[in-house]
Design a protein around this ligand. Structure first.
Ligand code: GUN
Length: 295
């Protein structure tokens, strides 16, 4: 078997092509332009690259972005104050604090300070809790992107055995909850799982987000499985690879995402989607009669 390559760039481009129309409609009917505030604390080079990618993606579709580069020395109270200002700023429909934060900042309190209605990263406790009980306003972008990718490839989720490798708050845990909500049977594995292969071999859909290159080898994958590689690892020679032995596993899977060009482009796309939907929600609340079809 040779796997179909799931093209995340093409899927992302198809979704992004719809955004300018939604943004134009908001502007024409309510005079609103979606706005995203991005707060970058400190000088982590990887975070700076992620932030500039997000800003560029906003520009490309017509979302107004506001970037705040804050010094590592910012106090916890000052950072919370900046977030509250943005929560109260009508031009802003999404507030995103790039992670990780310096050690003197309490990340959980920072995320809890972002208004739920502007939490386009989906990291606020309310939005996380909503993944368990229903009622999430915004789903976290990477797992949301994986679900969109599966849907766009017409890969069924309901009733499938899904194994998620990686139990982070940003990807693994919300991924498992979002797939459970779609009636998959889900197991979560992590760094302490003994004999990982005995779980992964059962997966109809295997989602890997562990941050370990070559963690998943062909003998760990069921013939015909769908393999979604969320890993992004830079090798000593500079190459970017995922967590899956792509060449080997592609001979056994029925479909597989490449790295780069798989899940990565979907993550930023879902951030754009959440930001536009936030502007649509707020406009609908402010202008009672106006409701876009996407709500
Ligand atoms: N750091 C790594 N991934 C993310 C993300 O999706 N959102 C934010 N805010 N920070 C991150």
């Amino acid at each position: 078997m040779t796997a179909r390559i799931i093209d995340g760039r093409a899927c992302a481009a198809q979704l992004r092509a719809e955004y300018p129309t939604r943004i134009r409609s908001l502007h024409e009917q309510a005079g609103v332009t979606p706005g995203l505030a991005v707060l970058l604390v400190g000088d982590d080079p990887a975070s700076a690259v992620y932030v500039s990618n997000k800003v560029r993606a906003c520009d490309a579709v017509g979302i107004r972005s506001f970037t705040f580069c804050l010094p590592t020395t910012i106090t916890h109270a000052e950072l919370l104050g900046r977030i509250v200002e943005l929560n109260n700023d009508d031009r802003i429909h999404g507030v995103l604090v790039q992670l990780p934060l310096p050690p003197h900042i309490d990340m959980r309190e920072v995320l809890a300070t972002i208004a739920v209605d502007k939490d386009v990263d989906g990291f606020h406790l309310y939005n996380v809790g909503g993944l368990v009980t229903g009622g999430t306003v915004f789903s976290p972008c990477t797992p949301y992107g994986v679900v969109k990718l599966l849907e766009s490839e017409a890969i069924p989720i309901e009733g499938q055995n899904v194994v998620v490798v990686g139990a982070s708050n940003i990807v693994g845990k919300p991924m498992a909850l979002m797939l459970m909500a779609r009636n998959a049977t889900v197991a979560i594995c992590h760094a302490k799982t003994r004999d990982l292969a005995q779980f992964t071999i059962l997966a109809d859909i295997l989602v890997v987000a562990a941050g370990v290159p070559n963690l998943i080898l062909p003998q760990m994958v069921k013939t015909g499985a769908v393999v979604i590689d969320v890993g992004i690892n830079r090798l000593p020679d500079g190459r970017i690879v995922g967590d899956v032995d792509f060449e080997g596993v592609a001979k056994k899977a029925s479909a597989i995402t490449p790295v780069p060009g798989g899940v990565g482009p979907m993550t930023v796309t879902m951030l754009l989607d959440n930001t536009i939907r936030s502007a649509e929600r707020m406009t609908a609340a402010a202008v009672g009669l106006w409701r876009p079809s996407s709500l």
